[in-house]
Design a protein around this ligand. Sequence first.
Ligand code: GLU
Length: 202
Amino acid sequence: MCGIVGAVARDNVVPVLLEGLLRLEYRGYDSAGLVVSNNSLHRLRTTGRVAELIKLVGEQNAEGLAGIAHTRWATHGAPSERNAHPHISGTESQIAVVHNGIIENHEAMRKRLQADGYVFVSDTDTEVIAHLVDYHLKQTADLFKAVCLSIAELQGAYAIGVMEEVRPDRIVVARNGAPLLLGLGDDGNYAASDASVKPGKS
Ligand code: GLU
């Protein structure tokens, strides 16, 4: 069981994302990653502990007013940086996805998306979601609609967080049979896999 933390706030969300991941560590994981948006997507991934991700964030000065973060428990594809989340799709403009759970119909979806020209760079079921959202985003030009159309085609249990390069002020989340809690506040809105992730002071 892995974990997801997402945040959109008035201040840099990276500290909240990292603190959230630390609090989800007890659930177990084999890799960790995050993406933050500041008019372009900045992705960091590691097969190390969350402490390693914290080090990378410091080295690369990653910050943004919105972000999604993830600890992975591999079900499809070995634990590796290439398979770690977030997964990215998009040509002109990028989108990023974190996912907890399993997409049962990922093989059929992968074939269909490959036929549409999508190139897969990981072995995960999750990358199907990224390309599917990108596919629908091209038709609808709206991330929320694109995620709704995508999840209508997905079978399995999932919690997902999605964000796009061109709208650095929002994330879209969805769940089906996997936990994802929302916290709405004056300073920001948050999503997390369980209630132990509480923004602010402990
Ligand atoms: N099935 C996805 C993967 O293998 C997500 C696993 C998870 O819940 O962390 O990457």
